[in-house]
Design a protein around this ligand. Structure first.
Ligand code: ADP
Length: 355
Protein backbone atom coordinates (compact mmCIF):
# COMPACT_ATOMS: atom_id res chain seq x y z
CA UNK A 1 0.00 0.00 0.00
CA UNK A 2 1.46 3.39 -1.01
CA UNK A 3 0.89 6.12 1.55
CA UNK A 4 1.46 9.77 0.79
CA UNK A 5 2.33 11.82 3.87
CA UNK A 6 1.50 15.49 3.59
CA UNK A 7 2.72 18.29 5.85
CA UNK A 8 0.96 21.33 4.53
CA UNK A 9 2.19 24.70 5.81
CA UNK A 10 1.04 28.20 4.97
CA UNK A 11 3.34 28.55 1.94
CA UNK A 12 4.79 25.07 1.52
CA UNK A 13 3.84 21.40 1.18
CA UNK A 14 6.37 18.80 2.34
CA UNK A 15 5.65 15.26 1.25
CA UNK A 16 6.95 11.70 1.48
CA UNK A 17 5.61 8.62 -0.26
CA UNK A 18 6.06 5.34 1.64
CA UNK A 19 5.31 1.77 0.71
CA UNK A 20 3.73 0.07 3.71
CA UNK A 21 4.21 -2.15 5.55
CA UNK A 22 7.75 -2.37 4.12
CA UNK A 23 8.44 1.23 5.28
CA UNK A 24 10.33 1.86 2.00
CA UNK A 25 10.58 5.56 1.17
CA UNK A 26 9.66 5.86 -2.52
CA UNK A 27 9.80 9.61 -2.95
CA UNK A 28 10.08 12.84 -1.01
CA UNK A 29 10.13 16.53 -1.71
CA UNK A 30 8.88 19.96 -0.91
CA UNK A 31 6.94 22.58 -2.86
CA UNK A 32 7.73 26.04 -1.58
CA UNK A 33 6.63 29.65 -2.03
CA UNK A 34 2.98 28.72 -2.56
CA UNK A 35 0.85 31.83 -3.03
CA UNK A 36 3.84 34.15 -2.63
CA UNK A 37 4.40 37.16 -4.87
CA UNK A 38 5.98 36.15 -8.18
CA UNK A 39 5.48 32.41 -7.56
CA UNK A 40 4.00 30.24 -10.33
CA UNK A 41 2.27 28.07 -7.74
CA UNK A 42 -0.69 30.20 -6.81
CA UNK A 43 -2.35 27.88 -4.31
CA UNK A 44 -2.11 24.53 -2.49
CA UNK A 45 -4.31 22.85 -5.10
CA UNK A 46 -1.70 23.59 -7.79
CA UNK A 47 1.12 22.59 -5.46
CA UNK A 48 -0.47 19.25 -4.76
CA UNK A 49 -1.18 18.69 -8.44
CA UNK A 50 2.54 19.09 -9.05
CA UNK A 51 3.33 16.53 -6.35
CA UNK A 52 0.79 14.03 -7.71
CA UNK A 53 2.24 14.32 -11.22
CA UNK A 54 5.46 12.85 -9.87
CA UNK A 55 4.03 9.95 -7.90
CA UNK A 56 2.63 6.79 -9.40
CA UNK A 57 -0.10 5.50 -7.20
CA UNK A 58 -1.47 6.70 -3.90
CA UNK A 59 -3.62 4.33 -1.86
CA UNK A 60 -4.07 6.54 1.18
CA UNK A 61 -2.97 9.95 2.48
CA UNK A 62 -1.78 10.82 5.99
CA UNK A 63 -1.94 14.49 6.95
CA UNK A 64 -0.05 16.16 9.75
CA UNK A 65 -2.54 18.34 11.59
CA UNK A 66 -1.12 20.59 14.28
CA UNK A 67 -4.06 21.12 16.61
CA UNK A 68 -6.76 18.66 17.60
CA UNK A 69 -7.74 20.34 20.91
CA UNK A 70 -9.40 17.81 23.24
CA UNK A 71 -11.40 16.32 20.37
CA UNK A 72 -8.69 14.02 19.07
CA UNK A 73 -6.67 11.70 21.25
CA UNK A 74 -5.63 9.49 18.34
CA UNK A 75 -5.40 9.54 14.54
CA UNK A 76 -8.67 9.41 12.61
CA UNK A 77 -9.86 8.80 9.09
CA UNK A 78 -11.10 12.08 7.70
CA UNK A 79 -14.82 12.56 7.13
CA UNK A 80 -17.10 15.63 7.12
CA UNK A 81 -17.27 15.67 10.93
CA UNK A 82 -13.48 15.59 11.30
CA UNK A 83 -13.14 18.44 8.78
CA UNK A 84 -15.67 20.48 10.79
CA UNK A 85 -13.68 19.90 14.00
CA UNK A 86 -10.35 20.85 12.37
CA UNK A 87 -12.03 24.00 11.03
CA UNK A 88 -13.29 24.81 14.51
CA UNK A 89 -9.75 24.46 15.89
CA UNK A 90 -8.52 27.15 13.47
CA UNK A 91 -9.56 29.67 16.14
CA UNK A 92 -7.03 28.17 18.56
CA UNK A 93 -4.28 27.47 15.98
CA UNK A 94 -4.67 30.22 13.37
CA UNK A 95 -1.16 29.81 11.97
CA UNK A 96 -1.26 26.06 11.43
CA UNK A 97 -4.68 24.44 11.16
CA UNK A 98 -5.92 26.52 8.17
CA UNK A 99 -2.81 25.49 6.21
CA UNK A 100 -3.24 21.82 7.19
CA UNK A 101 -6.88 22.02 6.13
CA UNK A 102 -5.97 23.47 2.74
CA UNK A 103 -3.86 20.36 2.10
CA UNK A 104 -6.74 18.08 3.12
CA UNK A 105 -9.23 19.87 0.86
CA UNK A 106 -6.83 19.83 -2.11
CA UNK A 107 -6.31 16.05 -1.66
CA UNK A 108 -10.05 15.49 -1.43
CA UNK A 109 -10.51 17.19 -4.78
CA UNK A 110 -7.55 15.66 -6.56
CA UNK A 111 -7.75 12.14 -5.12
CA UNK A 112 -11.47 11.43 -4.87
CA UNK A 113 -12.23 8.18 -3.09
CA UNK A 114 -8.71 7.84 -1.62
CA UNK A 115 -8.86 7.51 2.16
CA UNK A 116 -7.22 10.24 4.17
CA UNK A 117 -6.16 10.27 7.79
CA UNK A 118 -5.42 13.15 10.17
CA UNK A 119 -2.54 12.70 12.61
CA UNK A 120 -2.51 15.41 15.29
CA UNK A 121 0.59 16.93 16.92
CA UNK A 122 -1.42 17.40 20.10
CA UNK A 123 -2.91 13.88 20.34
CA UNK A 124 0.00 12.15 22.08
CA UNK A 125 -0.11 14.72 24.90
CA UNK A 126 -3.81 14.24 25.58
CA UNK A 127 -2.83 11.78 28.33
CA UNK A 128 -1.31 14.60 30.41
CA UNK A 129 -3.22 14.82 33.73
CA UNK A 130 -5.26 17.84 34.68
CA UNK A 131 -2.86 19.10 37.36
CA UNK A 132 -0.20 19.39 34.64
CA UNK A 133 -2.31 20.87 31.85
CA UNK A 134 -4.31 23.48 33.76
CA UNK A 135 -2.86 26.97 34.14
CA UNK A 136 -3.33 29.02 37.30
CA UNK A 137 -6.02 31.08 35.58
CA UNK A 138 -9.80 31.42 36.13
CA UNK A 139 -11.28 27.98 35.47
CA UNK A 140 -13.89 29.42 33.05
CA UNK A 141 -11.10 30.23 30.61
CA UNK A 142 -10.59 26.48 30.33
CA UNK A 143 -14.25 25.51 30.10
CA UNK A 144 -15.30 28.37 27.79
CA UNK A 145 -12.26 28.85 25.57
CA UNK A 146 -10.26 25.63 25.95
CA UNK A 147 -7.32 27.51 27.48
CA UNK A 148 -4.94 24.83 28.82
CA UNK A 149 -1.62 23.21 27.97
CA UNK A 150 -1.89 21.08 24.81
CA UNK A 151 1.71 20.42 23.83
CA UNK A 152 3.09 19.82 20.32
CA UNK A 153 5.69 17.69 18.48
CA UNK A 154 3.61 14.76 19.79
CA UNK A 155 4.33 12.52 16.81
CA UNK A 156 8.07 12.99 17.28
CA UNK A 157 8.05 12.38 21.06
CA UNK A 158 5.96 9.25 20.57
CA UNK A 159 8.15 7.96 17.76
CA UNK A 160 11.45 8.31 19.65
CA UNK A 161 9.96 6.91 22.87
CA UNK A 162 8.83 3.71 21.11
CA UNK A 163 12.11 3.50 19.21
CA UNK A 164 13.97 3.74 22.54
CA UNK A 165 11.96 0.81 23.91
CA UNK A 166 12.74 -1.17 20.78
CA UNK A 167 16.48 -0.39 20.98
CA UNK A 168 16.63 -1.09 24.72
CA UNK A 169 14.67 -4.32 24.15
CA UNK A 170 12.36 -3.42 27.02
CA UNK A 171 8.57 -3.12 27.03
CA UNK A 172 7.48 0.52 26.85
CA UNK A 173 5.07 -0.06 29.77
CA UNK A 174 8.10 -0.50 32.02
CA UNK A 175 9.95 2.65 30.94
CA UNK A 176 10.16 6.20 32.26
CA UNK A 177 11.54 8.44 29.54
CA UNK A 178 12.47 12.10 29.06
CA UNK A 179 12.48 13.10 25.40
CA UNK A 180 14.12 16.28 24.05
CA UNK A 181 13.08 17.38 20.57
CA UNK A 182 15.63 20.10 19.86
CA UNK A 183 15.19 21.58 16.40
CA UNK A 184 14.24 25.10 15.44
CA UNK A 185 11.21 24.55 17.61
CA UNK A 186 12.16 22.78 20.84
CA UNK A 187 10.11 20.81 23.32
CA UNK A 188 10.51 18.13 25.97
CA UNK A 189 8.20 15.45 27.27
CA UNK A 190 7.99 13.25 30.36
CA UNK A 191 6.77 9.84 29.22
CA UNK A 192 5.60 7.17 31.64
CA UNK A 193 4.69 3.70 30.33
CA UNK A 194 4.45 5.06 26.78
CA UNK A 195 2.11 7.92 27.73
CA UNK A 196 2.97 11.60 27.84
CA UNK A 197 2.49 12.91 31.38
CA UNK A 198 3.93 16.40 30.86
CA UNK A 199 5.42 18.48 28.08
CA UNK A 200 7.10 21.86 27.84
CA UNK A 201 5.07 23.53 25.07
CA UNK A 202 1.67 24.82 26.08
CA UNK A 203 -1.48 26.36 24.67
CA UNK A 204 0.75 27.33 21.76
CA UNK A 205 4.28 26.22 20.81
CA UNK A 206 5.67 29.38 22.46
CA UNK A 207 5.89 28.00 26.01
CA UNK A 208 8.77 26.09 27.52
CA UNK A 209 12.32 25.87 26.19
CA UNK A 210 14.30 28.69 24.61
CA UNK A 211 14.04 27.95 20.87
CA UNK A 212 15.53 29.21 17.61
CA UNK A 213 13.37 32.33 17.54
CA UNK A 214 10.78 31.75 20.30
CA UNK A 215 11.30 32.95 23.85
CA UNK A 216 9.82 29.98 25.75
CA UNK A 217 8.87 30.57 29.40
CA UNK A 218 8.81 34.21 30.46
CA UNK A 219 7.01 36.22 33.11
CA UNK A 220 3.56 36.76 31.53
CA UNK A 221 3.47 40.33 32.90
CA UNK A 222 6.26 41.13 30.44
CA UNK A 223 3.88 41.02 27.49
CA UNK A 224 1.96 44.15 28.52
CA UNK A 225 5.12 45.75 29.92
CA UNK A 226 6.96 45.37 26.59
CA UNK A 227 3.89 46.61 24.68
CA UNK A 228 3.84 49.70 26.85
CA UNK A 229 7.58 50.42 26.80
CA UNK A 230 8.05 49.76 23.08
CA UNK A 231 4.65 51.14 22.02
CA UNK A 232 3.78 47.88 20.35
CA UNK A 233 0.45 46.45 19.21
CA UNK A 234 -0.73 42.85 19.59
CA UNK A 235 0.72 41.69 16.28
CA UNK A 236 4.09 43.30 16.91
CA UNK A 237 4.57 41.83 20.36
CA UNK A 238 3.47 38.43 19.06
CA UNK A 239 6.12 38.74 16.33
CA UNK A 240 8.77 39.74 18.87
CA UNK A 241 8.07 36.72 21.09
CA UNK A 242 7.80 34.20 18.23
CA UNK A 243 10.30 35.46 15.66
CA UNK A 244 12.82 37.81 17.26
CA UNK A 245 13.50 36.05 20.54
CA UNK A 246 15.16 32.77 21.59
CA UNK A 247 18.66 32.03 20.29
CA UNK A 248 18.30 34.73 17.66
CA UNK A 249 17.18 37.35 20.15
CA UNK A 250 19.83 36.68 22.79
CA UNK A 251 22.73 36.28 20.36
CA UNK A 252 21.71 39.02 17.95
CA UNK A 253 23.33 36.79 15.31
CA UNK A 254 21.27 33.79 14.27
CA UNK A 255 18.72 31.17 15.26
CA UNK A 256 21.00 28.46 13.83
CA UNK A 257 22.83 26.58 16.56
CA UNK A 258 25.65 25.58 14.19
CA UNK A 259 26.43 29.24 13.54
CA UNK A 260 26.24 30.04 17.25
CA UNK A 261 28.62 27.23 18.22
CA UNK A 262 31.09 28.44 15.60
CA UNK A 263 30.83 32.07 16.73
CA UNK A 264 31.08 31.07 20.36
CA UNK A 265 34.29 29.18 19.61
CA UNK A 266 35.61 32.36 18.01
CA UNK A 267 34.91 34.18 21.27
CA UNK A 268 31.59 35.89 20.59
CA UNK A 269 30.15 36.61 24.05
CA UNK A 270 26.47 36.83 23.06
CA UNK A 271 26.60 33.61 21.02
CA UNK A 272 28.07 31.86 24.07
CA UNK A 273 25.41 33.39 26.30
CA UNK A 274 22.58 32.25 24.00
CA UNK A 275 23.86 28.66 24.17
CA UNK A 276 24.19 28.88 27.96
CA UNK A 277 20.60 30.08 28.39
CA UNK A 278 19.36 27.40 25.96
CA UNK A 279 21.22 24.65 27.83
CA UNK A 280 20.25 25.88 31.31
CA UNK A 281 16.52 25.82 30.50
CA UNK A 282 16.76 22.22 29.27
CA UNK A 283 18.67 21.15 32.39
CA UNK A 284 15.98 22.75 34.52
CA UNK A 285 13.23 20.82 32.71
CA UNK A 286 15.19 17.57 33.04
CA UNK A 287 15.25 18.15 36.81
CA UNK A 288 11.51 18.82 36.81
CA UNK A 289 10.69 15.73 34.78
CA UNK A 290 12.92 13.50 36.92
CA UNK A 291 10.70 14.53 39.77
CA UNK A 292 7.45 14.17 37.77
CA UNK A 293 8.44 10.62 36.78
CA UNK A 294 10.19 9.69 40.05
CA UNK A 295 13.22 8.56 38.09
CA UNK A 296 14.11 7.98 34.47
CA UNK A 297 15.40 5.07 32.40
CA UNK A 298 16.55 7.07 29.39
CA UNK A 299 17.07 10.66 28.29
CA UNK A 300 16.51 10.88 24.55
CA UNK A 301 17.76 13.54 22.16
CA UNK A 302 16.27 14.09 18.73
CA UNK A 303 15.86 16.65 15.86
CA UNK A 304 18.50 18.94 14.31
CA UNK A 305 20.36 20.03 17.45
CA UNK A 306 19.56 16.92 19.48
CA UNK A 307 20.80 14.53 16.81
CA UNK A 308 23.80 16.43 15.51
CA UNK A 309 25.28 18.80 18.04
CA UNK A 310 27.48 16.81 20.35
CA UNK A 311 28.83 19.90 22.12
CA UNK A 312 25.35 21.09 23.10
CA UNK A 313 24.36 17.61 24.26
CA UNK A 314 27.52 17.39 26.37
CA UNK A 315 26.72 20.70 28.10
CA UNK A 316 23.16 19.57 28.81
CA UNK A 317 24.17 16.23 30.28
CA UNK A 318 27.34 17.28 32.16
CA UNK A 319 27.07 15.86 35.69
CA UNK A 320 23.30 15.99 35.44
CA UNK A 321 22.69 12.50 36.81
CA UNK A 322 25.65 12.53 39.22
CA UNK A 323 23.38 12.34 42.26
CA UNK A 324 21.33 9.38 40.99
CA UNK A 325 22.06 5.75 41.84
CA UNK A 326 20.29 4.47 38.74
CA UNK A 327 21.65 6.63 35.97
CA UNK A 328 19.44 7.04 32.89
CA UNK A 329 20.86 5.97 29.53
CA UNK A 330 21.53 8.87 27.20
CA UNK A 331 20.26 8.07 23.72
CA UNK A 332 20.30 9.85 20.37
CA UNK A 333 17.46 8.76 18.13
CA UNK A 334 16.72 10.29 14.72
CA UNK A 335 13.10 11.34 14.59
CA UNK A 336 10.91 10.41 11.64
CA UNK A 337 7.54 12.03 12.02
CA UNK A 338 6.54 11.24 8.46
CA UNK A 339 7.19 7.52 8.89
CA UNK A 340 5.14 7.58 12.09
CA UNK A 341 2.29 9.31 10.19
CA UNK A 342 2.54 6.69 7.42
CA UNK A 343 2.37 3.86 9.97
CA UNK A 344 -0.60 5.33 11.77
CA UNK A 345 -2.39 5.94 8.47
CA UNK A 346 -1.65 2.38 7.33
CA UNK A 347 -3.02 0.89 10.56
CA UNK A 348 -6.16 3.02 10.36
CA UNK A 349 -6.86 2.25 6.73
CA UNK A 350 -6.26 -1.47 7.29
CA UNK A 351 -8.62 -1.58 10.24
CA UNK A 352 -11.15 0.47 8.25
CA UNK A 353 -12.13 2.38 11.39
CA UNK A 354 -14.17 5.54 10.90
CA UNK A 355 -14.01 8.14 13.67
P1 ADP B 1 12.98 22.22 12.36
O1 ADP B 1 12.35 22.48 13.68
O2 ADP B 1 12.94 23.40 11.44
O3 ADP B 1 12.59 20.90 11.73
P2 ADP B 1 15.62 20.98 12.64
O4 ADP B 1 15.21 19.77 13.38
O5 ADP B 1 16.09 20.84 11.24
O6 ADP B 1 14.53 22.12 12.74
O7 ADP B 1 16.79 21.68 13.52
C1 ADP B 1 17.38 22.89 13.16
C2 ADP B 1 18.48 23.20 14.18
O8 ADP B 1 19.38 22.09 14.26
C3 ADP B 1 19.32 24.41 13.84
O9 ADP B 1 19.64 25.12 15.03
C4 ADP B 1 20.57 23.82 13.25
O10 ADP B 1 21.70 24.60 13.47
C5 ADP B 1 20.72 22.54 14.03
N1 ADP B 1 21.50 21.51 13.28
C6 ADP B 1 22.70 21.03 13.61
N2 ADP B 1 23.12 20.11 12.76
C7 ADP B 1 22.20 19.99 11.83
C8 ADP B 1 22.07 19.18 10.67
N3 ADP B 1 23.03 18.33 10.29
N4 ADP B 1 20.93 19.32 9.93
C9 ADP B 1 19.96 20.18 10.32
N5 ADP B 1 20.03 20.97 11.42
C10 ADP B 1 21.13 20.88 12.17
Amino acid sequence: MNILVINSGSSSIKYKLFNMPSRALLKKGVIEHIGEKGSKIKNHHLGLRLILKGVNSVDAVGHRVVHGEENFTKPVLINAKVIREIKRSCAIAPLHNPANLTGIMACKELLPGVRQAAIFDTAFHQSIPQQAYLYGLPYELYTKFGIRKYGFHGTSHEYVAFEAARILKRPIRKLKLITCHLGNGCSMAAIDKGKSVDTSMGFTPLEGLVMGTRCGDIDPALVTYIMDRKKMGLKEVDYLLNQESGLRGISGISNDMRVLEERSRQGDRRAKLAIEVFVYRIRKYIGAYLSVLSGCDALIFTAGIGENQKGVRARITKDIFKHLNNKPKIMIIATDEELMIAEKTYRLVKSGKIS
